[in-house]
Design a protein around this ligand. Sequence first.
Ligand code: NAP
Length: 370
Amino acid sequence: MKKFVGFIGWRGMVGSVLIQRLIEENNFGKINPIFFSTSQVGEKSPIIKGISRSYLKNAYDIQDLKKMHIILTCQGAEYTNIVYQKLRSTGWKGYWLDSSSYLRMNSNSVIVLDPINIDLIHSAIRSGVKTFVGGNCTVSLMLMALGGLFSRNLIEWINFSTYQAASGAGANYIMELLKQMGFLYNEVSIPLNQSSNSVLNIEKKISQLSTSDQFPKKYFLAPLAGNVLPWIDVITESGQTKEERKVSEEANKILNSKVFIPIDGVCVRVGAFRCHSQSFLIKLTEDISCVDIINIIQNHNSWIKIIPNNFKDTINSLTPFSVTGTLDIAVGRIRKLNFGSKYLSIFTVGDQLLWGAAEPIRRMLMILLK
Ligand code: NAP
């Protein structure tokens, strides 16, 4: 009998990319999908070829959730916080797959990224682990890009700077970024199209608009269009933001590291739409050549796309727009830094809704069904 899989959060950013990937890979044929909602109970479930439509069930109804063999939620940490323990306390022994951070560092959960930790996943399933969680987007994208170096213990430490897309914050944020762009353009479109106007006057107008009450910033609380915001999530006791702290914590948990690898840096929101970029300064444990480094990175997984270190390839292929909507992990700007032969610089770009969020969970669902 096909397993009942309950989907929660399927219409959000991560959830809708997950549904799209399940359709693309013909995965719906392997399951009995049941759709839940926190806000649209009783409305029709999504249209998916080969699946008969039904009505959305209540995502807070523990009795209905209990009937599922597997629950897959992309709803967010608040939902998991409300429902997970209640459901487990009824004795429910099903698999819980989650994209939110709420259970990631729980000792009974495994953070899934199978090209990196398939052995850990298999041994967890054998030992009865029932909770599998997708990693933070920057963490999963970093590990996919640098997996070869990690697997050969070539990394002593990493300093990173991220350039994170608006979609990382959710559906409402990506729409707000577009509204901000439109607001700025609309306000200067007339002088912009008059050749007699000085660019400095237009730039001055834009700067003034950034503090206007009319500027759409309900979600970001600040302009992102024309700006960068070097702060993501809340502060922690160390002065890092929570997003920054997750990188070393989650990466070491996914790698199942025997020796903790220090990874620290700054997470920055930029006006890209759905791809995160990251710049890494890596201290290597050995002095190996850039040619060997490229081979090691390239051979680790089939999604790596090495971008030659030149202007044309970089501006065409190592950018959010060139990677968006693909499973490619673009890796470029690979060079040794002037600090010494063990200091390496790398720039990577990945779609944070695919490898950064939906894809590891989709693949985990398929691993469980096998
Ligand atoms: P999201 O887009 O805000 O969607 C979450 C839920 O919000 C939806 O399932 C939907 O629930 C409701 N919703 C409210 N307004 C909506 C709208 N205009 N369009 C669509 N849905 C709307 O959140 P998300 O970015 O997918 O993130 C979900 C979880 O994954 C979070 O815990 C997040 O931290 C985690 N995560 C996200 C990313 C990422 O790249 N965004 C990466 C890794 C992990 P109802 O249908 O029940 O109303």
